[in-house]
Design a protein around this ligand. Structure first.
Ligand SMILES: [Zn+2]
Ligand SMILES: [Zn+2]
Length: 334
């Protein structure tokens, strides 16, 4: 594969300022890194939070994008996990030190010196990217490039959130029926659970989408479900959904906040938390989450709904995601 010296990239320089198409150098992979020719890159809500300046410490200038499906186009020194030409995925967790107390106890998602793809490391809104081989995954054959992209964050973080709902869940609530929910709903239904989908009030199109995917019930987030839930995951970045979800879950129920950013949670009476209800967040992902979801997804089989934009249309893609009118996930292709 001949590698050009420069590539097209959509570059982020400042919050709330449109990304700019630029010709930038293609990086050489360092020791332990692979050079990846990007085939598709998902557009995640976190990208909007970065764009809006709600996440404080982006590398600048930055190439956003952390749901990368690509082909290995070059190997840095010591790379053994992948071969040139192999199709791999690059997720949000792009680096850990491997030595801090969190890494040592299996919580690499909480590493003290992490690197995040498309935030503190350049990501996939470009023709090429460089990634640490340890954090990349082989992509299951079943999936086309663009269809696989949403698995890498919506899927992985969604799956981690789903895992945190615990054992014995029969009725699972999902607040915000976007990219993550549409993947996790399929996994949950495959595993015999009933899914209760909550959308923004009155969004009957999203509710219909949730029913088409097999949800037992779909309604507005200001409604209570017909039966108490065993657990709920909140994917929408809306803090007011925390007390709403607590009201909807039964004794001992877990409410998992799956987003990286959320508006303030309003105060609520203790009785909503009483009877061993739990509220928790999920931060980042571990490689175990990735390995589990990517082996499970083809068995279900999870089918992703994607709307494709060209790389140059990244600003329109972000606007489309913000508008919330798209079923499933938004994906860029170079
Ligand atoms: Zn660490
Ligand atoms: Zn993401």
């Amino acid at each position: 594969m001949s590698i050009p010296e420069t590539m097209r990239a959509m570059v982020f320089r400042q919050a709330k300022t449109p990304l700019v198409l630029e010709q930038v150098p293609v990086k050489q992979p360092g020791a332990g890194q692979v050079l990846v020719k990007v085939l598709a890159c998902g557009v995640c809500r976190t990208d909007l939070h970065i764009y809006d300046g709600e996440l404080d410490h982006p590398k600048l200038p930055l190439i956003i994008g952390h749901e990368i499906v690509g082909r290995v186009a070059g190997l840095g020194e010591g790379v053994t996990r992948f071969k040139e030409g192999q199709r791999i995925g690059v997720p949000w967790l792009g680096y850990t030190d491997g030595t801090c107390r969190y890494c040592r106890r299996g919580q690499e998602n909480l590493c003290e010196h992490p690197g995040f793809t498309g935030y503190t490391i350049d990501g996939g809104y470009a023709e090429y990217t460089v990634a640490d081989q340890r954090f990349c995954f082989p992509i299951p054959e079943l999936y086309a490039d663009a269809d696989a992209a949403p698995l890498l964050c919506a899927g992985l973080i969604g799956y981690r959130s789903y895992r945190m709902t615990g054992e014995g869940v029969e009725r699972l609530g999902v607040y915000g029926f976007g990219a993550a929910a549409h993947i996790i709903a399929q996994v949950a239904i495959h595993q015999g659970k009933q899914v209760y989908a909550f959308t923004a009030p009155g969004d009957i199109e999203k509710q219909a989408f949730a029913r088409r995917l097999g949800s037992a019930w779909a309604g507005s987030s200001d409604e209570l479900p017909p039966e108490k839930l065993d657990a709920a995951i909140i994917f929408a970045p809306v803090g007011a959904l925390v007390p709403a979800a607590l009201k909807a879950v039964d004794k001992g129920g877990v409410v998992v906040c799956g987003g990286i950013h959320m508006s303030n949670i309003p105060s609520f009476p203790y009785e909503l938390l009483w009877e061993e209800r739990v509220v928790r967040s999920v931060a980042n992902l571990t490689r175990r989450d990735g390995e589990e979801l990517l082996s499970l997804a083809p068995q279900v089989p999870v089918k992703t709904d994607v709307t494709i934009f060209q790389l140059e249309q990244a600003n329109q893609a972000l606007a489309a995601l913000r508008g919330g009118k798209i079923d499933g996930a938004v994906v860029l292709v170079p």
